[in-house]
Design a binder for this molecule. Structure first.
Ligand code: SME
Length: 150
């Protein structure tokens, strides 16, 4: 599944007929359509020079959390840690921002540009404990490809 999606992601991101945010939205749509355990997926980026994340393109239900301060929730923690964060059970997390009661698990992978953590891809799943190292490697690939067009 991931192997088939990689060339499609490269093709979408390299298509200069679309603005960058339109390409990121197409990537979000592709992931949600093709990966059964991805129920909400989106990008957050550092909001200028502020210590906060701002919601970018996403696919799934609208979220109230368009701004997330560094340190808050899974996303805000990844902004500071620079590490992948895989959450098999969101209810077991103290520092978690709920977007929807249907969400059971989450994965957040930082996005680096020139070695700096400038954002992240965030996936919510309605399935408990669905993420493996294959998801991590795949989402790292997505972020590397995104960084190449920023
Ligand atoms: N659950 C995230 C907030 C973002 S939503 O999932 C879209 C968090 O704890 O940071």
């Amino acid at each position: 599944m991931f192997a088939d999606l990689k060339p499609q992601i490269s093709r979408i991101l390299n298509n200069q007929k679309f603005a960058i945010n339109a390409r990121l939205k197409q990537v979000c749509d592709l992931l949600k359509e093709n990966i059964p355990h991805y129920d909400w997926d989106g990008f957050y980026f550092k909001n200028d020079d502020k210590e906060e994340l701002k919601l970018g393109p996403y696919t799934g239900n609208p979220t109230d959390h368009s701004i997330i301060p560094f340190g808050k929730g899974i996303c805000g923690q990844v902004a500071l840690s620079n590490q992948n964060f895989v959450v098999p059970d969101v209810q077991a997390q103290d520092n978690y921002i709920a977007c929807s009661i249907t969400v059971k698990s989450e994965i957040v992978i930082p996005l680096f540009l020139n070695g700096k953590n400038i954002g992240q891809i965030d996936i919510d799943s309605n399935t408990p404990d669905p993420f493996t190292e294959a998801d991590e490697r795949f989402l790292e690939f997505v972020n590397q490809k995104v960084a190449q067009i920023l």
